[in-house]
Design a protein around this ligand. Structure first.
Ligand SMILES: Nc1nc2c(ncn2[C@@H]2O[C@H](COP(=O)(O)OP(=O)(O)O)[C@@H](O)[C@H]2O)c(=O)[nH]1
Ligand SMILES: [Mg+2]
Length: 382
């Protein structure tokens, strides 16, 4: 995890070539070297050149430090992203790195002002040159000191760029369960997502997002890596699945594989499910058994198979019943247009996820219904 920042943190000695400070300082000193001072006498121009170097180098460093942190300061992370980052990089790591970068910005600005004042009082190219060199040295060490933080911010930015952006204001179905039970296969059937399906555990290493039409709204469907439920030994992929369940789920679809062809005994899968129910009593969890073409459990749960299509319609109905009551319906005209074809722009228009003809849309609710709740938790309905 966080390979680059670890490398930077472990490194002692001259700066690494790809340490963030190297690029930032290169640009800053280059810009400073281009200073062309005005002035009628040489001593005037010497002093002015030194001043310009100090100002330009400092300002460029500060601007680049800001750029490194902008991703996090300008658009705050969603609770789901915050949890993903905390699980992967450690609790509070992001905030600590942001704080250290902020402090470095302030130190650089302070040093710059102090050096500007000192340079104004100096005479002669030697003294001025010496002051600028000393300034460059301190500036460099301020930036190098926060290399691990800058590297970590870049790692976190890359990590988040590889994760789908889940809209917290829309309903989200999180598909979870042990490895290999058929989560990705089912997500591919239920939504526009096309996750990789394979016959070995931890094929899915990160959350993946698809969409499906539910009534008139779009349901976000999150495929997750398998979880084994070992409290203390969750690998990064499992931690990601748990973050999705805790922070992104409106409804969890928990899949069990009674055929055990996934490689895990059904009893172990049941134990994890029971624990989730106990730990999250407020979270609606739909329990479904997969691979119904191979085996059936005896708990009376709905069985589905992506091979034969068995149970998929009914599963769609159950999900819709949980999600749709809260879904804000658009004004009628829009609804008619959109209802005509939901299959565009990568959204799968599944008949089994659409409103049944028996339940006519609540026409006036476009204005009066409460907006979809921002953070998924809904009371387990009916
Ligand atoms: N017979 C049968 N095999 C299935 C079914 N669903 C998934 N599989 C197989 O189970 C294995 C794991 O599927 P995958 O969707 O990758 O599981 P995940 O790890 O939970 O995402 C793959 O070999 C799938 O082809 C099903 O309904 N019936
Ligand atoms: Mg998978």
């Amino acid at each position: 995890m966080g390979g680059r920042s670890d490398a930077v943190r472990r490194h002692r000695g001259p700066p690494l070539r790809d340490a963030p400070s190297v690029g930032i300082l290169d640009i800053a000193f280059h810009r400073a070297s281009l200073a062309t001072p005005r002035g009628s006498t040489k001593p005037e121009r010497d002093r002015r050149r030194a001043e310009l170097k100090v100002v330009r180098a400092g300002a460029t460093v500060v601007r680049h430090l800001r750029l490194e942190a902008d991703r996090f300061r300008k658009e705050p992370l969603s609770p789901f992203e915050t949890t993903l980052v905390a699980r992967r990089f450690g609790d509070g790591t992001l905030d600590r790195s942001l704080l250290r970068v902020r402090r470095a910005e302030e130190r650089v600005r302070g040093l710059q002002r102090e050096t500007e004042r000192a340079v104004r009082r100096l005479h002669g190219p030697e003294l001025l040159g010496e002051a600028v060199r000393a300034y460059y040295g301190r500036l460099s060490s301020f930036v190098r000191e926060i290399d691990p933080d800058l590297a970590r911010l870049r790692d976190i930015r890359d990590f988040l760029a590889q994760r789908p952006s889940v809209d917290p204001t829309r309903p989200t179905l999180v598909v979870a369960g042990f490895p290999n039970v058929g989560k990705s296969s089912l997500v591919a059937r239920l939504s526009s997502a096309r996750p990789k399906v394979a016959d070995y555990p931890f094929t899915t290493l990160a959350v993946a997002l698809g969409h499906a039409d539910v009534g008139f709204d779009r349901l976000q469907v999150l495929d997750t890596p398998g979880v084994l439920g070992r409290a203390r030994h969750a690998n990064p992929a499992e931690a990601e699945a748990e973050a999705a369940v805790e922070r992104a789920a409106t409804v969890v679809l928990f899949l069990l594989d009674p055929s055990e062809s996934c490689g895990y005994p059904l009893a172990e899968q049941e134990a994890l499910l029971a624990r989730w129910h106990a730990e999250r009593p407020e979270l609606p969890i739909v329990e479904v058994e997969t691979k119904a073409d191979l085996a059936r459990g005896n708990g009376g749960r709905l069985g589905v198979s992506v091979r034969t299509g068995e149970g998929l319609d009914e599963l769609g109905e159950r999900i819709r019943a949980l999600i749709a009551p809260d879904v804000r319906l658009p004004p009628l005209e829009e609804a008619v247009e959109e209802g005509a074809d939901g299959g565009a722009d990568g959204v799968v228009d599944l008949p089994e996820l659409r409103a049944p003809p028996a339940a006519p849309p609540r026409r006036r609710s476009g204005r009066t219904a409460p907006p979809p709740r921002a953070r998924g938790r809904r009371p387990p309905t009916r």
